[in-house]
Design a protein around this ligand. Structure first.
Ligand code: BMA
Length: 376
């Protein structure tokens, strides 16, 4: 006769197994334990709230640069964001600093700081054109991708660029030498046509080929196992439109989009309903494919609207299931997306900050997103 203790233990084992099966795994089967934990925790955390993110938050803000510990978000709210965005653009060119002047050694140190605080790092990549490397991401040359795959020299160059990305990603290490898991978000905003990988410059098959080549190279050739891969479009009209260039469920961990608020005088402003509709479509896609979803870039430049945070951003992200929303960089006095003390929208930003389901670093640190899921 099995004792009550044995029955209970069996039940507990079954429960644990069920928990393990329910966990969503990264698309890279060789992902490090911390990367697997992050994937699981992002899915779990999205049910609790939306993490607030900011590009280059620790690097500079309006009127300052590279002051240890400083952040415009923290200066206003007293707290750092939960998500830290960075860009690798021009790493591939052998530069010491990225296209916005952020030195890569400082970027690595700041990403390590973000990780140590318990936050999430995400990297985009405004890379040059591998066919003509002097040309930037904003090169609108048609058929670049098509030519890339038939031009041995250019393809070798592109592989060497990927090797620089791999080396950087593998240099992101925590205090115990463990690799820091990060979100990697290549070839973004491709439903627009301002980058050489944009919609008008390549076919869906070509875009998908470049995507798979990139992800395969990183995980198979370069053995990079600390990435979650983010697919993020710009504006889109429907689910079909969003998925037109989707590289497949085996190549994507997170689905997202970038969208900026650019009100135009004399035109009805439909930003909130339009963006909310996009979020709902994204939610459907995320749920169907078991991917987390996020607004990977957004903002209103210089935030002249004093209630923008609760009138515009909040209705877009509230009860949306979004994992995070990332505001773009505070690059110049005429190019910034989060307030600094005294800025027009600073008071209203505090109201967003006080929302229990908008998560900044302290709440996210408590969640220990790099640690295994505990039975709750
Ligand atoms: C754009 C602007 C540019 C910047 C680029 C890449 O939105 O902020 O100034 O160079 O992103 O970060």
């Amino acid at each position: 006769m099995p004792t009550i203790k044995t029955i209970l233990s069996c039940f507990l084992i079954l429960l644990l197994l069920h928990g393990a099966c329910a966990q969503v795994k990264p698309v890279n089967p060789k992902a490090t334990p911390e990367t697997r934990n992050l994937c699981t925790n992002l899915h779990r955390l999205a049910k609790k709230g939306v993490m607030f993110g900011h590009q280059d938050d620790l690097a500079y803000g309006v009127g300052w640069a590279y002051e240890a510990g400083r952040s415009d978000v923290k200066a206003v709210t007293g707290e750092y964001p939960a998500v830290f965005g960075w860009d690798l653009g021009e790493l591939e060119m052998g530069q010491q600093a990225n296209l916005d002047g952020v030195p890569f050694d400082k970027m690595r140190a700041m990403a390590q700081q973000a990780y140590a605080m318990g936050g999430l790092n995400t990297f985009s990549w405004h890379l040059h054109n591998p066919l003509e490397p002097t040309k930037t991401s904003w090169d609108k040359e048609d058929t670049t991708i098509k030519q890339l795959f038939s031009d041995k020299k250019a393809l070798a160059r592109y592989k060497s660029w990927l090797a620089t990305v791999a080396t950087f990603m593998k240099s992101l290490k925590g205090p115990e030498g463990e690799l820091i898991p990060v979100v990697f978000r290549p070839f973004h905003e491709h439903t627009g046509s301002w980058f050489w990988w944009g919609r008008d410059h390549c076919t869906p098959d070509e875009y998908i080929k470049l995507w798979r080549f990139t992800v395969d190279y990183l995980r198979k050739e370069a053995n990079v196992n600390n990435l979650l891969i983010a697919y993020s479009t710009d504006r889109f009209n429907s689910k079909e439109d969003y998925l037109e260039r989707y590289p497949g469920d085996d190549y994507v961990d997170l689905v997202g989009f970038d969208i900026y608020h650019r009100p135009r005088a004399g035109t009805a402003d439909t930003f909130v309903p339009d963006t909310r509709r996009m979020v709902e479509t994204l939610r459907e896609i995320g749920q169907e494919r078991n991917k987390v979803w996020a607004i990977t870039e957004t903002g209103l430049e210089m935030i002249p609207d004093e209630n923008w945070w609760t009138d515009t951003l909040l209705p877009i992200v509230k009860d949306s299931g979004l994992s995070y929303v990332l505001l773009w960089r505070n690059g110049r006095p005429d190019h910034y997306y989060t307030p600094y003390p005294g800025q027009t929208s600073a008071r209203n930003f505090m109201e967003l900050y006080r929302q229990p389901d908008i998560l900044f670093i302290n709440e996210v640190a408590k969640e220990q997103i790099y640690k295994p899921l505990k039975l709750k």
